[in-house]
Design a protein around this ligand. Structure first.
Ligand code: SF4
Ligand code: F3S
Length: 106
């Protein structure tokens, strides 16, 4: 499956949801996740993310392995999102800021 990573936090551009053929994105307050059992590995979302926050699970860097389990866990709790919406208000300022995991709201 594909995985949403650290740099989505506080940006949440949502371009990714528009292209997903199986609508497997789930939305929290300041982050999106992919349901690993629903993702069909089409790879369409990866180039759509302006924050480059989506990778295949076998490409997830060592320091972001935690996000594989986080996507699985939060996809079971958060509501489905199928249409693009406005990004977070300060998305541009937060894009590229390292280690945003501490700001993840559940
Ligand atoms: Fe959806 Fe394809 Fe991205 Fe999986 S890889 S989340 S199926 S767009
Ligand atoms: Fe997040 Fe990128 Fe989608 S910032 S909401 S993974 S387009």
């Amino acid at each position: 499956a594909f995985v949403v990573l650290d740099n989505c936090i506080k940006c949440k551009y949502t371009d990714c949801v528009e292209v997903c053929p199986v609508d497997c994105f789930y939305e929290g307050p300041n982050f999106l996740v992919i349901h690993p059992d629903e993702c069909i590995d089409c790879a369409l979302c990866e180039p759509e993310c302006p924050a480059e926050a989506i990778l295949s699970e076998d490409e997830v860097p060592a320091d972001q392995q935690e996000f594989i389990a986080l996507n699985a866990e939060l996809a079971e709790i958060w509501p489905n999102i199928t249409e693009q919406k406005d990004p977070m208000p300060d998305a541009k300022e937060w894009d590229g800021v390292p280690n945003k995991r501490q700001y993840l709201e559940k």
